[in-house]
Design a protein around this ligand. Structure first.
Ligand SMILES: [Zn+2]
Ligand SMILES: [Zn+2]
Length: 293
């Protein structure tokens, strides 16, 4: 049994550790297919994104490591690309002309906090409150609905391979501080979004990052949303969103158990021939069924 992970940061963006440290930890954690996904460069000055002029070095370094660890683990090169209309997105020409094996599309920014700086929705609680009050007339519902409408727009206009942390908006909603996921308008926003995703080729990641770092008490997305993904036959993959080398497979057995209990029997894996379904249990993926080298 083995694992895969396609959401891995490193010191090319906002995480600690060289990619090689992540690879070594991945090998120790039975990961056989590892995708790197640094935060893609953006044109505004915000902390944590890769600098554009480091892209060639990123591609080169990951290619070297792919060769070095061949036979032990397969390394893929990706980026976590923000969708910000008029600014950047998974289909930006720059990202179509470099070394990428796959793309994660994520929404971390909505609107602008001043003329040039997009507002980040997963910052501190204070920044979150500021955004609700100043950009959405004090209405959390307006913010949440805008967030999911951006995800739908991304899926329709610039579909990535993987949709990053679908319900990231809940990061700043601990203990239902601002809303309950049971509210009809929240459920409607999710259902409308899943309907659009089910018409696309996109994979939803089950992201263990929030849970593993103690920032949320559940997976991204929440279990009831994963249940709806099952009903709609939306394909999933389990990703760590690792920002530390020892977190490359954090909470994977728990996540796999949750999916298995809901009814999933396959996850998507990236091979040299593209994305394929692969059988799994809570002990991991049966890569031998798929992955011939
Ligand atoms: Zn992210
Ligand atoms: Zn990430």
């Amino acid at each position: 049994m083995a694992w895969t992970n396609y959401h891995t940061h490193s010191n090319f963006c906002d995480a600690v550790g060289d990619p090689e440290e992540y690879i070594q930890n991945a090998v120790r954690n039975s990961i056989k297919l590892l995708g790197f996904s640094s935060h893609a460069p953006v044109s505004f000055p915000v902390y944590g994104m890769m600098k554009k002029d480091r892209l060639p070095e990123y591609c080169r370094r990951l290619r070297e490591l792919k060769e070095k660890y061949k036979g032990l683990i397969e390394v893929f090169t990706g980026l976590e690309i923000d969708y910000i209309p008029g600014e950047t997105g998974p289909d930006l020409e720059l990202f179509n002309t470099i070394c990428l094996d796959f793309k994660i599309g994520s929404v971390h920014f909505i609107g602008y906090e001043d003329e040039t700086m997009p507002w980040q929705l997963d910052g501190t609680q204070e920044q979150f409150k500021w955004g609700i009050d100043n950009l959405f007339d004090g209405s959390i519902r307006k913010l949440v609905e805008k967030y999911y409408s951006l995800i739908r727009e991304m899926v329709k206009k610039e579909p990535p391979d993987i949709i990053g942390h679908l319900d990231l908006i809940k990061k700043n909603n601990p203990g239902d501080l601002f809303y309950s996921e049971n509210e009809p308008w929240y459920r409607d926003a999710i259902e409308e979004t899943l309907a659009v995703i089910s018409e696309s080729e996109c994979i939803i990641e089950v992201n263990t990052g929030g849970l593993a770092r103690g920032r949320t008490d559940s997976l991204y997305p929440s279990e009831w949303i994963i249940q709806k993904c099952y009903e709609l036959s939306i394909p999933l993959t389990i990703n760590a969103d690792a920002h530390k080398p020892d977190m490359v497979a954090a909470c994977f057995p728990e996540a796999a158990k949750t999916l298995y209990e809901i009814g999933f029997r396959e996850l998507r894996i990236l091979t040299d021939e593209g994305w394929k379904p692969c059988p799994f249990t809570e002990e991991g993926l049966e890569l031998s069924m798929i992955h011939k080298r």
